[in-house]
Write a protein that binds this ligand. Structure first.
Ligand code: SF4
Length: 345
């Protein structure tokens, strides 16, 4: 019997699973605080900064057009795996601007490195059925960003094609990508940034219809060195909202299953980011800085050069059910089959 069914029918079993997870998280934190090494369990590899959109609050702007050649990217991924990485998230910019490169990295991460989880964060506009049929087998989660279901709002935010200036028709594309993911056994996630232009929007019906496996909702974030003033490529200060406004949006949508809100306090410095030059990025609220390349100086030395709040990462639910095998197989591992939100510590 699939574990999800067993747990649903047995509160006692669900309670034991919950206790085991809590104990696992406590042990993980204890080990990390007492050992000298840091384990980069989950890494966001922003391998390109190029994007086809121009969101006004973008926090990873097009400061360069560089992306590493595949052999170097593979070396970096292997080093991270050896250092304890279990999940890699390929992000941008827009990762699907280089579909072959992205596909080969997913394949390497899954087939060669046997990572537990391979995920991608995309604006969704360049995802194709052909790509998913070829490389989807190596992908656990596909997260698509969507800040509004209203074309005019998307246009004002900058979620429009840089080439022709047309706002993204995200409704059609979101449902299409969601259906492809369902067919191919990939978890479909949605990411939304709440800002001045959408904090009053009611997305309940659209979200109910889309039914993502996880809906991450972020408060728009100002990152020094990326989007903090008019001298940068983007100025997120034109889009910021108060904590009360963020709460207003969250209260309106909290009934949506798998809703995971994340305010500024939880976001800052809690993500481990590898940039396009294979350097960790210290993207907290203070001035952004980078480590040396992990290929040149190694993962541990690079980690020591930046500020990454590992306790915040665990506390905000950074360790969750991130592999698709649980969704498709229903059993076969300690926590498989449990809804992602239940696994947040
Ligand atoms: S989709 Fe928008 S937020 Fe995402 S990388 Fe492109 S410009 Fe930045």
């Amino acid at each position: 019997m699939p574990i999800i069914k067993t747990l649903a029918e047995s509160p006692a079993a669900a309670s034991v699973a919950g206790t085991a997870l809590a104990a696992g998280a406590a042990w993980y934190l204890y080990k990390r605080l007492t050992d000298k090494v840091t384990i980069p369990k989950s890494v966001n590899y922003h391998y390109t900064r190029k994007c086809n959109a121009e969101c006004g609050f973008c926090f990873h702007t097009e400061l360069s057009s560089h992306h590493e050649k595949l052999p170097n990217a593979f070396t970096a991924l292997r080093l991270l795996k050896e250092a304890g990485m279990e999940k890699v998230n390929f992000a941008g910019g827009e990762p699907f601007l280089y579909p072959k490169h992205l596909g080969k990295m997913c394949k390497f991460a899954k087939e060669e490195l046997k990572l537990e989880s391979v995920s991608i964060v995309s604006n969704g506009t360049k995802v194709t059925e052909k790509w998913l049929r070829e490389y989807g087998v190596y992908v656990d989660i596909l997260a698509v960003s969507c800040d509004s279901f209203i074309a005019a709002t998307n246009e004002k935010i900058g979620r429009k094609d840089r080439g022709n200036g047309k706002a993204f028709d995200n409704m059609k594309q979101l449902f299409q990508v969601r259906d492809w993911c369902a067919e191919l056994g990939i978890k479909f996630k949605l990411n939304t940034v709440v800002c001045k232009l959408n904090w009053e929007e009611d997305m309940v019906e659209s979200l109910k219809a889309l039914a993502p496996s996880r809906w991450k909702v972020f408060q728009v974030l100002v990152v020094a060195g990326e989007n903090e003033n008019d001298e940068r490529l983007r100025n997120a200060r034109n889009f910021t909202i108060t904590d009360e406004e963020f709460k207003h949006f969250c209260d309106k949508h909290k009934s949506i299953p798998n809703f995971v809100p994340e305010d500024n306090a939880h976001m800052a410095a809690s993500y481990l980011i590898l940039d396009e030059y294979l350097r960790f990025l210290d993207a907290g609220v203070s001035k952004e800085k980078t480590s040396g390349s992990i290929v040149e100086i190694g993962v541990q030395r690079a980690l020591k050069q930046i500020n990454w709040d590992e306790t915040k990462f665990v506390a905000k639910g950074g360790l969750y059910d991130w592999s698709k095998k649980s969704a498709t197989e229903g059993c076969g591992g300690g926590v498989s089959g449990i809804d992602a939100k239940e696994l947040e510590f």
